[in-house]
Design a protein. Structure first.
Length: 709
């Protein structure tokens, strides 16, 4: 690249930074971030940030476009996303609220030129900002976006497109004013007269000013401390609480107080005063006896804000994988209840005009029965929270009894928090937290619990939908599979269906036994591709077609041919493997035909389990001209026939032929067992019965020895 090209590229960056800084100032924001598109429009990378320290933005360097955060949401929706307060952040973006647990207002807006989207611009204001963005502010933001987009477009046209490297530029805001020497001297005299530690540090934690008192508290001298990192100046500053308070002050731009533990064990009271260049810190030592008197409970509990949030990242990650309400309750009980000393919890939803408890931990069954099914017309804390969307807190039994005597009478806990759970279509329910001792939750604890239950709400919304699908699936499965096998003189039968352990709990595996006469039957086993409701519905069509053609007197090969043509005509994308066995008890024979299905197993009386090599035609639904052959074998009294789907024998690492041979050995070893016991035995020897990636269907038939035929 030539020197001229170098200068042009640098000028593009400089011009963008100037426009970015000017736009942030015009909007009156305290801090801001600019994201640019990367990875073919699937990711937003942080390109520049101002008003925030570099290490604070580490979790936000890279945002997927499908992430639940304001910046990606603004790009996806093509509009300005406004989050006026912490409550709205918890409700709309709980994962962001968990990772950035402070009070502030924020707006995110897509940066675009016409239909082309360059990225997103995020601005932060103090929490004192009005609940609505004014028309003038919206105009300023819109104009700022246009100017940023113009610079990006010009750079692209000049052959120097902005490609964020993943290491953002941290821009230093211009000072509002420069102090004159006389003012600086008077300010120094003022600070020097104070009997307290005074210290200032910039956004990256470098000490820019320190008086003698503060230097003594840090164990150094003024000259040696200037320019050094505050975090390295003294070991006692490594308390996570202190660093978290610094983050809080910078993000919220509010004065924040905290107590750090000094080297000799005494407390050090500190106040943090922020602006967009850094923090001013005032420090005073507290005598040990006064600290113990002032904060006995706080010292006993020892629950810091960093404990509440930063240790809950695994909890938030696990919630994204939870599919069932029970999993969510277990995660909450494991991660959240101990941290807040919660004795019992319950999740309550509104269903059919009543309160329904869908999950709980720590409550006695008797208490749950008292509240499960209470009409919504009855005055209870849960009904109030569901109706208003506002959390309710009761520090003791007296407060509860005053408003809700029924609840106080039947719930023997001593303090409660009732927190709304919002979902995709409004309020999902209420999370009830109970304490066994009177407990007045601090504002910080309340905000923490609201954030955590906000995460639970999203997971619960998903889990309840999953549970509804699973109930539908089980209902569909019961309808499509035979409720009972028919009775035939001389034929004992048993069957079992097990769904895959992950998914909606239903699939395309099926079995059937069709009675044709006192001595004739058609045994059916099949597997429709897929493990979903669509596969189950197609399975119902296949089973119905097979029953119709078998009842009309068609042989196994003809039934498969007719059913195959039907599936071709339905133009389904799914195919079906199927095995049909015509059982003739009078002639003591089996006639079998296969459409790409695993072979049946036959154990002659007193013999070993054998694999019956039925010619396997194409699966149903593949070729309209497919033909199927029939194989006939003896079926004497005492013989036992086993039909199964590949879920019983197939695993990714196993050889299928070997697995079928081992199943035949299990059939041999189980000699003397009746079909119901044999089904249990064969399932227990399956390589993955407890965690199944596939459905399993199993049908066992035994020709009774005492049959007169």
């Amino acid at each position: 690249m030539s020197g001229q090209d170098d200068w042009t590229a640098q000028r593009c960056v400089s011009e963008l930074d100037d426009v970015f800084d000017t736009a942030v100032r015009a909007a009156g924001a305290i801090s801001s971030a600019l994201y640019l598109m990367a990875d073919a429009g699937q990711v937003l990378l942080l390109d520049a940030v101002t008003g925030l320290p570099r290490r604070l933005v580490d979790p936000w360097l890279r945002l997927r476009l499908d992430a639940a955060a304001p910046a990606p949401a603004s790009v996806r929706d093509g509009r300005l996303v406004w989050v006026p307060n912490r409550e709205e952040m918890v409700s709309s973006f709980p994962a962001t609220a968990l990772a950035l647990p402070y009070r502030f207002a924020t707006a995110a807006v897509p940066v675009r030129s016409g239909a082309h989207v360059w990225g997103a611009w995020v601005l932060l204001w103090p929490p004192t900002h009005p609940a609505e963005l004014g028309a003038d502010e919206r105009d300023v933001i819109s104009q700022g976006c246009e100017r940023i987009a113009e610079v990006l477009a010009r750079a692209d046209e000049a052959g120097h497109p902005f490609r964020p490297s993943g290491e953002p530029r941290v821009l230093i805001r211009r000072r509002r004013r420069e102090p004159d020497p006389v003012y600086a001297a008077d300010a120094f005299d003022y600070v020097d007269r104070l009997d307290e530690g005074c210290l200032a540090f910039d956004l990256e934690g470098r000490i820019t000013f320190v008086n003698e008192v503060a230097a003594g508290l840090l164990g150094g001298d003024v000259a040696g401390l200037l320019g050094t990192s505050l975090w390295e100046a003294a070991d006692w500053l490594h308390d996570p609480m202190f660093e978290d308070r610094c983050r809080n002050a910078l993000v919220s731009q509010e004065i924040v107080s905290c107590t750090a533990h000094w080297a000799d064990g005494r407390d050090l009271e500190a106040q943090l005063y922020p602006d967009d260049h850094g923090l001013s810190l005032r420090m005073n030592l507290v005598p040990l006896d006064r600290a113990l008197q002032a904060h006995p409970q706080a010292r006993a509990r020892g629950l810091s804000r960093s404990d509440v949030f930063y240790d809950f990242v695994p909890f938030a990650a696990a919630l994204t994988r939870a599919l069932k309400v029970r999993e969510i309750i277990d995660l909450f009980a494991e991660h959240v209840m101990p941290a807040f000393e919660v004795q019992a919890m319950a999740v309550v939803v509104a269903e059919g005009g009543k309160l329904k408890i869908v999950g709980s931990r720590g409550y006695d069954r008797e208490v749950l029965d008292r509240f499960d099914g209470v009409p919504l017309t009855q005055s209870t804390p849960s009904e109030h929270v569901l109706r208003t969307g506002e959390p309710a807190y009761f520090a003791n039994r007296g407060e509860m009894h005053e408003l809700y005597p029924y609840a106080a009478k039947h719930d023997q806990m001593s303090a409660w928090a009732f927190l709304p759970l919002g979902g995709s279509e409004g309020r999902v329910g209420v999370c009830v937290l109970a304490f066994d001792k009177p407990r007045s939750l601090t504002g910080e604890e309340r905000a923490s619990l609201v954030t955590l239950t906000g995460l639970i709400a999203q997971a619960l919304d998903r889990a309840m939908l999953y549970d509804a699908k699973e109930r539908l699936a089980h209902s569909l499965q019961e309808t499509l599979l035979p409720r009972r096998l028919p009775d035939l003189p001389g034929l004992a039968a048993a069957a079992r269906y097990l769904p895959a352990t992950r998914g909606v709990g239903v699939g395309g595996d099926f079995y059937d036994l069709i009675r044709l006469s006192d001595t004739l039957a058609m045994a059916v086993i099949g597997d429709v591709q897929g493990h979903n409701i669509t596969a189950a519905a197609l399975m119902g069509q296949v089973r119905t077609a097979i029953r119709a053609h078998a009842a009309a007197g068609s042989g196994p090969d003809e039934v498969l041919t007719y059913t195959n043509r039907l599936l071709i005509e339905t133009e389904t994308d799914l195919f079906t493997s199927c095995l049909l066995v015509h059982v003739d008890l009078r002639l003591r024979t089996l006639r079998a035909a296969s459409a790409g299905h695993p072979p049946p197993l036959l154990r002659p009386p007193g013999g070993r389990g054998e694999i019956i090599d039925v010619p396997a035609g194409l699966p149903l639904g593949v070729d309209a001209d497919a033909h199927y052959q029939t194989l006939e074998v003896p079926f004497p009294p005492g013989a036992l026939l086993t039909l199964y789907t590949d879920g019983l024998v197939e695993t990714p690492e196993a050889d299928l032929d070997q697995a079928i041979a081992e199943l035949a050995e299990h059939l041999t070893d189980a000699a003397g067992q009746a079909p119901p016991q044999l089904v249990d035995t064969l399932l227990s020897h399956a390589p993955h019965t407890t965690q199944r990636a596939d459905d399993i269907a199993l049908l066992v038939l035994e020709h009774r020895v005492n049959h007169p035929g």
